[in-house]
Design a protein around this ligand. Structure first.
Ligand SMILES: *[C@@H]1O[C@H](CO)[C@@H](O)[C@H](O)[C@H]1NC(C)=O
Ligand SMILES: *[C@@H]1O[C@H](CO)[C@@H](O)[C@H](O)[C@H]1NC(C)=O
Length: 253
């Protein structure tokens, strides 16, 4: 998929408005040091805690970690721009059933917001089966708003942050059993090559907690891991494309 500069700029305009009107901000519990977490590629079933369910009774997870050459705020907003998932994601191919008062994403996304995911590829690339899951937004640790009333609203003036984070949890039942699982995305700033440049360490995982149904879904773990890695790569390509388009736009001005 190729994004035109125009699309990117329109998208960025939405983002800028969202930042200034200060999106609902909800910080995850502070008894875990979220910014420290990494995937454990050598141990496919290693688990990390989640904001809603914590550390107890973790069973298994899938986890993707990579560096995205765009600022954390860009990655943050792409992840909660659910109406645009169809543009980049071949795993969660679209998000629907947003509440009636949510007319645009990411602007109107709030903690507690219910949504439905359309998921593809669970049984392999050639399998046409499309699944569905019900989810609820649980954490929105948004970028700090740029200071108002200064000489300009340059992002560089924004107070610094150690990490950004958004998360959603399953609100689905499979075979009549509630699926206890949550999906955090943790975005930590990493220094780029050039002065002041800031890229993103993306750590995205979904932890499943003990229970009859998580044991059953566990058989999908290797496939879900493949899909999670691919989703990370697709997000990277999409966000880096938007960021580069925005940079070109700024140099042309
Ligand atoms: C963990 O599992 C045990 C045994 O099923 C249960 O008693 C306990 O409440 C669970 N802990 C949490 C935090 O859910
Ligand atoms: C939509 O409704 C929910 C729940 O009633 C509320 O928390 C949220 O702030 C509303 N969002 C907007 C954009 O009005």
């Amino acid at each position: 998929m190729k994004l035109t500069t125009r699309t990117a700029i329109l998208w960025y305009t939405t983002i800028a408005t969202a930042t200034i009107s200060a999106l609902p901000h909800h910080t995850p519990r502070d008894d875990f040091d979220w910014a420290m977490y990494h995937c454990s590629p050598d141990d496919p079933l290693a688990t990390l805690p989640t904001p809603t369910y914590g550390a107890e009774n973790r069973s298994w997870m899938m986890c993707a970690e990579l560096t995205i050459y765009a600022p954390p705020s860009f990655v943050y907003y792409a992840l909660i721009d659910y109406n645009s998932y169809h543009l980049w994601n071949t795993f969660v191919t679209s998000v629907f059933n947003l509440p009636p008062n949510v007319t645009t994403t990411p602007n109107d996304v709030y903690v507690g917001m219910p949504m439905n995911f359309v998921v593809a590829g669970m049984n392999g690339d050639d399998d046409p089966t499309v699944g569905e899951s019900q989810e609820i937004v649980t954490v929105l640790r948004a970028p700090p708003s740029p200071p108002t009333g200064g000489d300009d609203n340059d992002d560089d003036d924004a107070p610094h942050y150690r990490y950004l984070m958004n998360a959603w949890r399953s609100d689905s039942y499979v075979e009549g059993e509630f699926v206890v699982a949550e999906h955090p995305n943790i975005l930590t700033p990493v220094e780029g090559d050039e002065d002041g440049e800031e890229w993103t360490r993306y750590v995205s995982y979904e932890t499943y907690y003990e229970g009859a149904i998580s044991d059953y879904i566990r058989s999908y773990q290797p496939r879900l891991q493949v899909l999670f890695d691919r989703q990370g790569g697709e997000l990277k390509a999409y966000v880096e494309g938007l960021w580069q388009a925005r940079r070109r736009g700024m140099t042309e001005e």
